[in-house]
Every structure is written in structure tokens, then in C-alpha cells.
Design a protein around this ligand. Structure first.
Ligand code: NOJ
Ligand code: NOJ
Length: 442
């Protein structure tokens, strides 16, 4: 076992217990310890968001503990799914013991909560409901809905966990998560059937602003159907496996249309029917997230794809210019935001800022490129460059290593919803790749 992996397991064990007991971590000084230290803090902050007393063990996953300016004290299906995609991966890496069981209990709570949300959404509206209260009610206000990345990401995280149960020989529990009856009754199959039958439906993007067909959402849908088909086969549901694969093929074909043949980039949205029309550059970090989170080992839109690479470079150049913080400290890699025309400042409108989850995603991108590179010099250069994005993030966190959603484009101070679960998760992913090169979808 690699030494980072061992260290990581120890860190998670420590975090799970220390978050109950409220220990602090000693600060370390060496260069690589800084990154690891921030990793510890990130896992610790995620665990405290998961275990917040006010949730009364409901299983909800808050986007952030912030209750006003902005109020993010809600369960977003997307954020929760991405969180559990990472948590189930960490779970899978841990050795059996009390901490692994404590984490597993939290995963089951989330699954039971999502089952309730599915029931509620199906009886009152549609599965693409993006936000729920922490007691499990549909968000009652007007919002950009449906958002169809949610069910696909939720399915992916549950499939990840289900595969882990199968590796442990726990077939009955795996069948509880995926069983073959139709109409679907099990939590994973309900989502997969929805994805398979509704993937062509117009829906809002992950930033909740634009209605159309989105690269990020389609990549999540495709991955869920392919991973779902593999699982269905193991659970003796060959007809479903065939059906999901045929739908994944249709998605593969439509996803190709996101290539802009003139500019050689990947565009985030096609066939827009509603929502904001301000993204003139058509550059968006959601494209890179779509590849990082959902590309499979079949090479389709993976990190070596030239369109993805061009999008990475063009976006980076653009943010380098428009964010003042990037004109200082050129030894650090540039801070990255959602898209150049962004005006959401974390609690209203004005000017957009860099986001932690986007900056951390760039670290993940370069570190994973380093891992797959065959050339030792290039390998080292790519990894060092990836670490510079982590440097950038660490430079802007507060003294307790806390990451909200954004940091100010001029001053560099933190801004927007505090302790954003997704920010921490993005750091955890990046650190895993920078220090070990583990791929989620292996
Ligand atoms: C809050 C959303 O979550 C954010 O992404 C968006 O930019 C603003 N609302 C504006 O719709
Ligand atoms: C706003 C982001 O745009 C959206 O992607 C996210 O789901 C919510 N905030 C909650 O974190």
C-alpha cells in the first residue's frame, strides 16, 4: 500500500473521532505537510458538516452550515451526491474497524434519506427536484428545475458503495440498493430508470441558471448508465444492462455535438430554451468537472481529450486576466472561477469570483495528467503544476483551513457560503490524486 494511502486512512480515522471529540490538529511545517494538513482539515470539516447535531440523524447533507446571506442550509441532491461519491471512495479505502463502520452508518442514513426524497419527488413532482429541506421536504420556492444531474450523480455514488458491498460479499445489502423489479422499487434503479427515460428532457444546469442540454449533466447521465449496466449484470438483471447501455450509446452520440469545431473547445450547453443568456465565451469549468468526475476508462472525453485540454487552457488564460488576485503571486497557479461572465458573488449579484471547487479541480486535473503521463520529466512538471493550484487554494483559506464557496477576486478574502461541503470534497479529491494517483472509476 502506498504511504499516502496509509496516511490517508489514519487521517480519516482520526478525523471521524476527533470531530466528535473536537480535537485540533497540530500544524506542520514542511512543504508537503502543508497539503496534507489542509487535507486533514478538509476531511474534518466535511465530517462535521455531515454530523451537525441539528440534523437529528436525518441523513441530510447540508451544502453549507450558512443559514443566511446566503441560506445554504439545504440538501442539494447534486452536492450530496458528489459528497457521497468521494465519501464512499474514502470508505472503500479504509480498513475494517469502528471508524469505517461509523462512516458506513452515515452512508446508510444518507441512502434512507434519499429514498424518502425519491418518494416525495415522485408523488409531488419529478425526480429532478434539485433541493430539499433538511427534514426532507421539497424546496418550496421558485427555482431552476428540473436539474437532471442530481439523480445521475446520486446513482453513481450509490453504485460506488454497492460495488464496495459486493467486494465485501454483502449481496443481500447490495440487492437492497439495486433489485430488478419493475416498476423500479430500489433506490438505484429508480434513478437509472429516470435517467434512461428522461435524458433528453430540457433541464437546468449545475449552476442553476441555464435551461438546455448540458455537457456536465449528460456526462453524469452517461456514466451512471454504464456503471449501472455493469452493476445490473452482477445482480442478474441482463435486460436492464442492455437497456442502460443502449441509452448510454445515444448519450455518447449527442455528447459529441458539444465539440465546437471552430474553436476546438467543448461547449457547456446546447439547445438553450430558457434561463440566462450571458455566457458569450461559452467557456465553463463545468466542462472540466464533467470530465474529471464522470469520464470512464473508455477514453471518452477523458483528460487526454484535446477539446477538454483546450477548454482547460482557454479558461485558465481568461481567469488569469480577469481576476486581480492572479496578478499578484505569480508563483502560484491562477485562481479559477465558474465562467468568465459570472456575476454571482455568493450572496447576490455584482462580480463573479474564483471558486475553491474550481481551483481545486485544476489541481486534480494536472495531478491526474501527471499520473497517466509516461514521460518522467513531464510527470514531475505536471504534478508540480497541480500542486501550485493547491497552493493557490491554501493561500486563500482562513486560518482554520476553512473553505467557503468563493474568494474575492480583488482582495483574495473568503466570500460566500461558509464551509461549503463541495469545496472540501474537491480538495480531498485533488489531494488523493496529487499524492497517490488513485482514480475513482477504476
Ligand atoms: C444561486 C445559484 O445557486 C447560483 O449558482 C446562481 O448563480 C444564482 N442563484 C443565480 O441564479
Ligand atoms: C450554487 C451552485 O451554483 C450550485 O452548483 C450548488 O449546487 C449550490 N450553490 C449549493 O452548493
Amino acid at each position: 500500500m502506498g504511504s499516502f494511502k496509509l496516511k490517508l486512512i489514519q487521517i480519516i480515522l482520526f478525523c471521524i473521532f476527533s470531530s466528535y471529540l473536537n480535537f485540533g490538529f497540530a500544524n506542520s511545517n514542511t512543504n508537503s505537510d502543508r497539503y496534507i494538513n489542509q487535507f486533514k482539515l478538509s476531511v474534518q470539516h466535511v465530517i462535521s458538516n455531515l454530523n451537525i447535531t441539528e440534523l437529528n440523524n436525518s441523513g441530510a447533507i447540508i451544502a453549507s452550515p450558512s443559514k443566511n446571506a446566503p441560506n445554504y442550509f439545504y440538501h442539494w441532491v447534486r452536492d450530496a451526491g458528489l459528497t457521497m461519491l468521494e465519501i464512499t471512495t474514502l470508505y472503500d479505502m479504509m480498513n475494517d474497524g469502528n471508524s469505517k463502520r461509523a462512516l458506513e452508518n452515515r452512508i446508510w442514513l444518507w441512502i434512507d434519506f434519499e429514498k424518502k426524497l425519491q418518494e416525495k419527488a415522485l408523488s409531488k413532482s419529478f425526480l429532478g427536484e434539485p433541493i430539499f429541506t433538511v427534514s426532507g421536504d421539497i424546496y418550496p420556492f421558485e427555482w431552476g428545475r428540473p436539474q437532471n444531474d442530481g439523480p445521475a450523480i446520486r446513482a453513481l455514488a450509490m453504485i460506488n458503495f454497492c460495488e464496495s458491498l459486493l467486494r465485501q460479499g454483502r449481496f443481500a445489502e447490495a440487492r437492497y440498493l439495486y433489485s430488478n423489479e419493475l416498476p423500479a422499487k430500489s433506490v438505484i434503479k429508480i434513478d437509472l430508470e429516470y435517467v434512461a427515460s428522461k435524458w433528453q428532457e430540457q433541464n437546468y444546469d449545475l449552476w442553476e441558471e441555464v435551461k438546455g442540454q448540458h455537457f456536465f449533466t449528460r456526462m453524469a447521465q452517461r456514466a451512471s448508465l454504464i456503471k449501472g449496466a455493469n452493476l445490473a449484470e452482477k445482480i442478474y438483471d441482463p435486460k436492464a444492462a442492455e437497456y442502460y447501455r443502449s441509452k448510454a450509446k445515444e448519450l455518447t452520440l449527442t455528447l459529441r455535438a458539444h465539440q465546437d469545431s471552430n474553436r476546438k473547445i467543448i461547449v457547456p450547453t446546447l439547445d438553450q430554451t430558457d434561463g440566462w443568456k450571458h455566457k458569450s465565451s461559452q467557456l465553463d469549468v463545468s466542462v472540466i468537472l464533467g470530465s474529471l468526475y464522470f469520464a470512464l476508462d473508455d477514453g471518452f472525453y477523458d483528460l487526454n481529450d484535446i477539446g477538454i485540454e483546450n477548454t482547460v487552457n482557454r479558461l485558465q488564460d481568461s481567469f488569469k486576466n480577469i481576476y486581480q488576485v492572479n496578478h499578484q503571486h505569480p508563483e502560484k497557479a491562477p485562481a479559477i472561477g465558474r465562467y468568465p461572465e459570472d456575476v454571482y458573488n455568493g450572496n447576490g449579484f455584482g462580480e463573479g469570483n474564483p471558486w475553491f471547487l474550481a481551483t481545486n479541480a485544476y489541481a486534480e486535473y494536472y495531478c491526474r495528467k501527471s499520473f497517466i503521463s509516461q514521460n518522467s520529466t513531464e510527470k514531475e512538471q505536471l504534478r508540480n503544476y497541480g500542486l501550485k493550484f493547491l497552493d493557490r487554494s491554501i493561500f486563500h483559506v482562513d486560518p482554520e483551513g476553512r473553505m467557503p464557496e468563493q474568494f474575492n477576486r480583488y482582495s483574495g478574502y473568503t466570500q460566500g457560503a461558509k464551509d461549503l461541503t463541495w469545496s472540501y470534497i474537491s480538495y480531498s479529491r485533488a489531494a488523493r490524486y496529487c499524492f497517490e494517483g488513485q482514480a475513482i472509476f477504476q
